[in-house]
Write a protein that binds this ligand. Structure first.
Ligand code: COS
Length: 390
């Protein structure tokens, strides 16, 4: 049984505690082992999460299926943490509905919100966020995919890669260069339906923890002007604001993986007999367990600080970066220690800690690699110092 004492921290309200407990109950019987057909499992998870009402938390706007008018960051973090503790793919299915539709929650027109968000919240449409390109992952402002205005349309040309839900999504929020200014000020966001002419899946990408992922290609892909999300030239900010919400939730997912790893490690350490005592009786094991427990609490404090601050209406770029960096890096170490405590069994395919070992790795890279988070934190710290006039 995982430690739940953090739920009493002042970051949470009673509704958050109830939400977490309800999800815990729902998971039993609804999130089961899936083998082989990752696309099918994902579609099934989205449908189940939608039917049960969990995806209402992934979108903002009561008028278009959302639980609240804006996204409750603490709620999505608790949901991701709990789902991740049980099943990485269930967490992925939930998270990508939110990330893929985040730009519409924040900047969609009333028509776009009605059309897309209601379906996302019900689990009836699968969303994807298409930002990275083969030549620009961390350096978003260097993107080359273009959107050229032509009459009542925009015409998209270029590629996107590492796109989660690529191949199964019903629509993609795509960022492209519209050229209002150089660099980050010349990008715009668009919502592109999967059946848009000139859009294709160029390649499906297999990764160490299977989930739907693809490279997308746009060749003269014509979409109506009304498909723009936000205003021309605002795309970079739309992407960053979306990431400010979901980066915190990536930290929460990492936390869920780490908590599961500690549970598994405690289970093994207290039962495994060795040299006439249990593994947990060795000080060397206790040192590991102490480091794991402390890493988890520090990650949780940073994660829920960022979530709480955002729910108070504050900009959390720095806090979200700190949370994501710390929680993902720490979770990697916690999981590695859990594998070590399990010994040979820990590397057997399909063992819970072996799965966690594969699941965690990408979180240190996607939605801004650890090095990008360091850049963000350092820039903001230096800016605060120079503003202080010292
Ligand atoms: N919210 C709102 N606006 C933001 C913002 C945020 N979180 N972050 C930056 N901006 C604004 C800046 O204020 C600046 O505005 P002005 O042009 O009006 O001055 C503009 O956006 C450009 O900001 P900046 O100069 O910091 O941009 P950089 O090109 O230097 O990029 C990083 C900054 C590296 C932080 C950014 O490109 C990034 O986050 N990269 C990682 C992207 C990522 O997560 N990729 C994974 C894809 S999802 S799997």
């Amino acid at each position: 049984m995982s430690d739940k004492s953090y739920l009493d921290w002042p970051f949470f309200e009673e509704r958050h505690r109830q939400l977490q407990a309800e999800l815990e109950r729902w998971i039993v019987g609804n999130v089961t082992a899936h083998h082989g057909d990752t696309d099918g499992a994902c579609r099934d998870l989205v449908a189940r999460l939608g039917k049960a009402g969990w995806l209402r938390y992934a979108v903002g706007g009561k008028d278009c299926g959302g639980q609240h008018d804006s996204i409750d960051t603490r709620a999505i973090c608790l949901l991701r943490e709990t789902l991740a503790r049980h099943d990485g793919l269930a967490d992925f299915a939930f998270a990508m509905q939110g990330l893929g539709s985040g730009a519409l929650t924040l900047h969609g027109s009333p028509e776009q919100r009605q059309h897309y968000l209601t379906k996302v919240a019900a689990g009836e449409a699968i969303a994807a966020f298409a930002l990275s390109e083969p030549g620009s992952g961390s350096d978003v402002a260097a993107m080359e995919c273009t959107a050229r205005a032509d009459g009542n349309d925009y015409v998209l040309d270029g590629e996107k890669t590492w796109i989660s839900n690529g191949g199964i999504a019903d629509f993609y929020v795509v960022f492209a260069r519209t050229g209002e200014a150089a660099g980050s000020r010349g990008l715009s966001a668009f919502v592109v339906d999967a059946d848009a002419p000139g859009f294709e899946i160029a390649e499906r990408i297999e990764v160490i923890a299977p989930h739907p992922l693809a490279r997308l290609r746009f060749t003269g892909c014509r979409i109506p002007r009304s498909a723009m999300v936000g205003t021309p030239g605002q795309g970079f900010k739309v992407a960053m604001q979306t990431l400010d919400i979901f980066r915190t939730s990536v930290a929460a997912a990492a936390l869920g993986f780490a908590r599961r790893a500690l549970d598994e490690a405690l289970n093994r350490a207290t039962k495994r007999k060795m040299f006439n005592q249990t593994l947990a009786d060795f000080q060397i094991t206790q040192m590991k367990l102490a480091q794991m427990a402390t890493a988890i609490d520090s990650s949780a404090l940073l994660t829920y600080r960022a979530a709480w601050l955002r729910d108070q209406g504050q900009t959390v770029t720095r806090e979200a970066a700190m949370a994501k960096m710390t929680a993902t890096e720490s979770a990697q170490q916690v999981i590695d220690a859990a594998v070590q405590i399990w010994g040979g069994l820990g590397v057997v395919s399909g063992h819970p800690v072996e799965k966690l070992y594969r699941e965690i790795r990408a979180l240190r890279i996607y939605e801004g690699a650890t090095e990008v988070q360091q850049l963000i934190i350092a820039r903001q710290t230096l800016a605060a110092y120079s503003q202080s006039g010292q």
